[in-house]
Every structure is written in C-alpha cells, then in structure tokens.
Design a protein around this ligand. Sequence first.
Ligand SMILES: Nc1ncnc2c1ncn2[C@@H]1O[C@H](COP(=O)(O)OP(=O)(O)OP(=O)(O)O)[C@@H](O)[C@H]1O
Ligand SMILES: [Mg+2]
Length: 192
Amino acid sequence: MRLVSLQAQNFKKLKISKPLPLSEGIILITGLNESGKSTILDAVLYALFGRVIRPSKMPSNEDIISYGNGEAQVRLEFDIGENRYRVVREVHKTRPNRATLVEVRPNGTTKTLASSVKDVTAEIERLLGGITYDEIVASSVVAQKDLERLIREAQERSTASRESVCRYRQSVQDAQRVRRSRQTARFSSARD
Ligand SMILES: Nc1ncnc2c1ncn2[C@@H]1O[C@H](COP(=O)(O)OP(=O)(O)OP(=O)(O)O)[C@@H](O)[C@H]1O
Ligand SMILES: [Mg+2]
C-alpha cells in the first residue's frame, strides 16, 4: 500500500484544504510542539479505519472535530498494487457520520466500493488483506509516549537474556566440573 495524498478539514487542528502529496519512501514531519504532527498520522488512520491513536478507544465526534466547528472531513488517496482508491469520511456534530470509498480508474472515473462508515472500514481491511487498525498500530505505529516504555522493555529483555546466558554457562561449567571430578575419582580408585 502507498499513501498518495491527504486532505483534512477541521480534523482536530488540521486545515489542509489542498491535497497534501505524500511522497514515496520515508516522510519526515517536523514542526513545533503541539503544531499537529501526530494529528497528520491520526488523520491517515482515521481515514482508513475511523480510529486515532489518542484517544485510543473509539473516538467521539468531539475528539475529531476542530474545537468550535460543526463538522470535519478527511480525504485520503492511496494505492494498492496497480489500483488507486479514495476514502472520504465526514464527521458531524449533529448528523450521523458519512463515509465513502471509491476506486479511481486511470481515466479519472470512479467506482463506489462502499458507502457507509462500517462498510468502508470493512472494505479497506479487506483490500489490505485482512489487516485491522489494531494490527497496523501494533506493528507499525509507536505513539511517542510509548517510546520510552518500549526502550525500557527492550533493555530489560536484553538484561534478562544476558543473565540467563550467564546462568546457562555456569550450569554447563558446574556439570563439567562434576564430570571431571567423577572421572578423577574413578581413575584413582582403578589405580588403587
Ligand atoms: N479537536 C481538536 N480541535 C482543535 N485542536 C485540537 C483538537 N484535539 C487536539 N487539538 C490540539 O492539537 C494539538 C496537539 O497536536 P499534535 O499532538 O498533533 O501535535 P504535535 O505536533 O504532534 O506535538 P508534539 O511535538 O508535542 O508531539 C494540541 O494543541 C491540542 O490542543
Ligand atoms: Mg506528536
């Protein structure tokens, strides 16, 4: 899968009215604290799955819509294999949310694949070969506040494995010592 472009209107603090091209390869997002860097990732996740990193439970519309506004919209284009897709999700304070997923043909015409919030998420998961939001987040996304915990856990794991290697070496050496002293004892009793 390749992300092609993102638009986000009143999605949390984002106001990206022209499609923001997402280039191939690694994308580095820089900016001041609280400027909305993590929100760009949230907008991508929300477009695909209707979920965000924070809040991690199902977000309410108030979590998504920019403070003081009545509605938000995200629009993401992405490629899977040779095919291009466009997902649009609209979040309303007073009306039910809407979502559509279309395939964009090379000549620009579109074919609707799903047109309800539930069906869009299910169809995107199907296009991704069954990968769900939880799997994407577990395998590819590290929320910044989790980074320290992951580093600490990795260090603890490596200390634990070093200790178990030391314990294993010690037990091999003990066994060798016991075997040698038994052989010596047998040898000396055979001589007597
Ligand atoms: N619904 C919302 N409407 C408007 N602004 C919001 C909404 N939800 C969150 N924000 C604002 O978004 C900002 C946080 O954005 P984000 O976490 O994307 O920033 P960031 O650039 O990743 O910051 P950091 O460098 O600290 O990681 C906060 O100022 C917060 O008040
Ligand atoms: Mg951030």
